[in-house]
Design a protein around this ligand. Structure first.
Ligand code: GLA
Length: 629
């Protein structure tokens, strides 16, 4: 036992803590950031998907006016975000950023650097909010990847260094203070693309920086340094806007293990590379976020990138695909950021973007990202538990052919012997079923239904039904690995050149609802669990208790654990106080039956302490984990 204890202490210190306060020690705290303000997924419009960096005031103002005139603003689409292309240069005498005022008349001022204050004043007077864009490095994504597009910074090497690097306090005070923007998106190309080997750097166009991010190879990424840079920006935002009335959007495309730390730093975080208006790319972006249901919470959301509704395969002639894209983003609790030239918006398109029933799902107060009830390459079934305890279900046909599927009451965690009432959220149609419902899906169609039935677990909620309140603060992933389940479609700008698409997004082994960290059905000693939290050993999960009295679970090492010698002991804590602890358990042991009173406690913590420091091959299962009244 002494040896095991020593190993556990070693485990704690390997995870970055000290013997006094290891990462597995209960804190009684909810560690999702309270910085900024995004209790619900932010909604609005951004210039990039519509215009790339070729932007001007007329185009963006037209979008702002359209949001108001079409009623979309009243439905919640209030952020009007300028993306890449607004900057002209950095003035070297005082480091002040200069606006491309030739394209932004209202920004012209006595100081030739210009000011966006009249612009944000105008948006605010329209009842809207204003967003702006920068980069964490010295240079922008446009400079690194799309230099042929309009709106690139001009001047000397130094003048073209428009990113935040070395100017954090000054730029944040300008954006969020003097200019009064409400939202800031911070891209990461300046610390990814400007390696000494980049021909743009080697030829003297840009200074080398890092790279701190190796997008293809996670072990070559300086995760701590990337996190520190983004944290510094967040702290500068806190200082500039102490009331916290802002949104801080991280754009690292799922790199730098951002999955594990975005929740402590910013209000939304990109989970993949840029979306394109084609089906395969939409699937790619969907997949990078869809199995990260436990990493999205009120005030810090997964961001699978902006909507492309209106363009390409999501245009007016493809309303099935457009509705699928919108449905899936709503179910994922993605920020709903329109990327379309609103001057061209038709009633049909406004019907997709403005469907109040679909928006209401995205904006549901419980903040639960949908959980995969069925996860296949052809069909996926997503279920989202709403604040009133009812369910929304989206049945997606990923394929290009029609398909017949069966929705079961069990997918919804409803009883099979009682009727389930369904409302189609797109057309309002109503029907009901008992046990099973046969459904027919056209190519690329997503059925979106609201479902009301008799709960299988009437006394409370399974933790996997409340992912917005469950936070894997320490998820046991020590060496982040790319997630092999993310769809790797053709990249339009690469086609089949090179040796193919490889898994890139770091998230494999992260905690899951109703699945093991490696996407299997949770199983302890031969018993499978349809409802469970799956996580690696050496983990600590925080749970917000919204007035429940009892926590119950069947805990054990999952049958999928590779190592028969691994040992894990499970403990449950309420507001930092330990309520129970199991003996050290091994694979194949019967689950520990846990039932503890938690009445009045705000934070419950579930700790699975492992017998050695690296336990990435040892998934554990909190089977039927539930909070009951
Ligand atoms: C990156 C981001 C995009 C967009 C462009 C601008 O690619 O991921 O969302 O901001 O940069 O250049």
């Amino acid at each position: 036992m002494k040896r095991l204890l020593a190993a556990a202490l070693l485990a704690a210190s390997a995870l970055g803590g000290t013997a006094h306060a290891g990462p597995l020690d209960a804190t009684g705290q909810w560690s999702v950031t309270s910085r900024g303000s995004a209790p619900l997924p932010p909604m609005g419009w951004n210039s990039w998907n519509a215009f790339n960096s070729d932007i001007d005031e007329e185009k963006v103002l037209a979008a702002a006016k359209a949001l108001v005139d079409t009623g979309l603003a009243a439905k919640g689409y209030v952020y009007v975000n300028i993306d890449d292309g607004w900057w002209l240069r950095r003035r070297t005498s005082d480091g002040r950023l200069m606006i491309r005022t030739a394209r932004w008349p209202s920004a012209r001022s006595k100081d030739p650097a210009g000011s966006f204050r009249p612009w944000t004043d105008k948006l605010h007077a329209m009842g809207l909010k204003a967003g702006i864009y920068s980069d964490i490095g010295r240079n922008s994504c446009g400079q690194a990847y799309t230099a042929q597009f309009a709106g690139q910074p001009e001047g000397t090497v130094e003048e073209r260094e428009v990113g935040l690097y070395g100017h954090v306090q000054q730029d944040i005070a300008l954006f969020m203070g003097a200019w009064n923007f409400d939202m800031l998106k911070v891209d990461g190309c300046g610390i990814r693309a400007m390696s000494p080997a980049n021909p743009l750097v080697a030829s003297g166009q840009y200074r080398a920086l890092g790279p701190l991010i190796d997008y293809e190879t996670l072990p070559n990424t300086d995760i701590a340094a990337v996190r520190a840079l983004y944290t510094e920006v967040g702290e500068a935002m806190d200082k500039t806007r102490p009331r916290g009335d802002f949104v801080y959007s991280l754009c690292l495309w799922g790199s730098a293990d951002v999955r594990s730390w975005a929740g402590k730093v910013g209000n939304m975080s990109r989970t993949s590379e840029d979306i394109s208006p084609n089906w395969e790319r939409m699937l790619h972006n969907l997949d990078a976020a869809s199995r990260r249901e436990l990493y999205a919470h009120p005030n810090s959301w997964n961001d699978p990138d902006m909507l492309f509704v209106g363009t390409g395969v999501f245009d007016m002639d493809h309303l099935t695909e457009a509705r699928s894209h919108m449905t899936l983003w709503a179910m994922l609790n993605a920020p709903l950021i329109i990327g379309y030239d609103m001057r061209k918006a038709s009633p049909a398109l406004l019907g997709v973007l403005g469907n109040s029933r679909v928006i209401a799902l995205n904006q549901d107060a419980a903040g639960n990202q949908a959980v995969l009830a069925y996860d296949g390459e052809t069909v996926q079934i997503f279920v989202k538990t709403l604040a009133d305890g009812t369910k929304a279900v989206a049945v997606l046909n990923r394929s290009g052919s029609p398909v017949d599927v069966t929705l079961t009451a069990a997918h919804l965690k409803y009883r099979a012997d009682a009727p389930v009432a369904l409302t189609d959220l797109w057309d309002g149609g109503e029907r009901s079923f008992t046990g099973e419902a046969p459904l027919h899906l056209e190519s690329h169609q997503t059925l979106l239904l609201k479902a009301t039935g008799a709960r299988e677990h009437p006394g409370g909620l399974y933790l996997s039904e409340m992912p917005g309140s469950v936070n894997p603060a320490v998820d046991g992933v020590v060496h982040p690995m790319a997630d092999p389940l993310v769809h790797r479609g053709l990249l339009p700008w690469r086609s089949t050149r090179g040796d193919g698409e490889h898994p890139l997004y770091g998230g494999w082994g992260g905690a899951r609802a109703d699945a093991t960290p490696f996407a299997q059905t949770p199983k302890i000693a031969g018993k499978t669990y349809a409802s469970a939290i799956g996580v690696l050993a050496n983990s600590r999960i925080e749970v917000q208790n919204h007035g429940f009295a009892t926590f119950t679970a069947e805990a054990g090492i999952d049958d999928a654990a590779a190592d028969p010698d691994a040992r894990v002991r499970f403990s449950v804590h309420a507001d930092g106080k330990r309520l129970m602890q199991t003996e050290w358990m091994k694979r194949g042991d019967q689950p520990a039956m846990i039932s503890v009173p938690v009445k009045g406690a705000k934070i419950i913590e579930l700790v699975a302490e492992g017998s050695r420091p690296l336990m990435q091959d040892v998934p554990v299962t909190w089977g039927k984990a539930a909070l009951d009244r």
